[in-house]
Design a protein around this ligand. Structure first.
Ligand code: FES
Length: 246
């Protein structure tokens, strides 16, 4: 006999109803299915009106993040088996406005990401004549932070971002630090102005949930703490060696 498991999915359609409400679906319980498979089963077989984001099904695109039983996770990386016998509660990521059903509005993050200038900055604008060479150890300096897939789980897990939406947040700061640590980059000074302003690193109270939920082990909490140290050193250096500020 086929076994089924219940998914309680938070629905919201602003065109029809301004209230969110849970809808229950019975889906086949298969040990090789992840939560995303169950959502796709609902979409294909039970209710085509359910909206959610996904793309790669392999933990790379970062678009399938949702709350599952209250925890921010990538739904393509969590097996139904883990939550047996259910029911399983599926909600959109917290700390974000909801566009519809399980789809969140990410424009706040996109604006913050742009503020940290996530690209290589060079003082000379001339086109380089060749490659900017990099040793394996120079690559390792920033590689961990370059693994961020912008999945927003860290923003959902961060209590500071939940209380203070102006906080730059874990991923944007970690990505800023990724470029600061890249030996080809010369934009640390201008990037750090943004990272250390009021809404930046000093808002972090070191809860560490951002690193705990990161599916790529990026460790944004470490990026924030190391930026706090370097920012403090720069502050004192500006008194001892004021000419460096010029
Ligand atoms: Fe791409 Fe889950 S679908 S990370």
């Amino acid at each position: 006999m086929n076994e089924y498991i219940t998914l309680d999915v938070l629905r919201y359609n602003p065109e029809e109803n301004s209230k969110q409400n849970y809808q229950s679906y019975e889906v086949p319980f298969r040990k090789d299915w992840v939560i995303l498979d169950a959502l796709n089963y609902i979409k294909d077989e039970l209710d085509g009106t359910l909206s959610f984001r996904w793309s790669c099904r392999m933990g790379v695109c970062g678009s399938c993040g949702m709350m599952v039983n209250g925890e921010p996770v990538l739904t393509c990386a969590e097996f139904l088996n883990t939550f047996h016998p259910g029911p399983i509660r599926i909600e959109p990521l917290v700390n974000f406005p909801v566009v519809r059903d399980l789809v969140i509005e990410m424009s706040d993050f996109m604006e913050k990401l742009e503020r940290v200038q996530p690209w290589i900055i060079r003082k000379d604008e001339d086109t380089p004549k060749g490659e900017y060479l990099q040793t394996p150890s120079q690559l390792m300096d920033y590689k961990n932070y370059s693994m961020c897939i912008n999945c927003m789980l860290c923003y959902s897990a961060c209590p500071v971002y939940g209380l203070e939406p102006r906080f730059l947040g874990p991923a944007a700061i970690a990505i800023g630090q990724r470029y600061n640590l890249d030996n080809r980059d010369e934009g640390e000074k201008q990037r750090n102005k943004v990272l250390s302003e009021e809404e930046g690193i000093w808002q972090c109270t070191l809860v560490g949930e951002c690193s705990a939920v990161c599916p790529k082990d990026v460790d944004p909490a470490a990026a924030i703490q190391s930026l706090k140290v370097s920012s403090t050193v720069d502050f004192f250096k500006s008194f001892i060696m004021p000419w460096q500020n010029r």
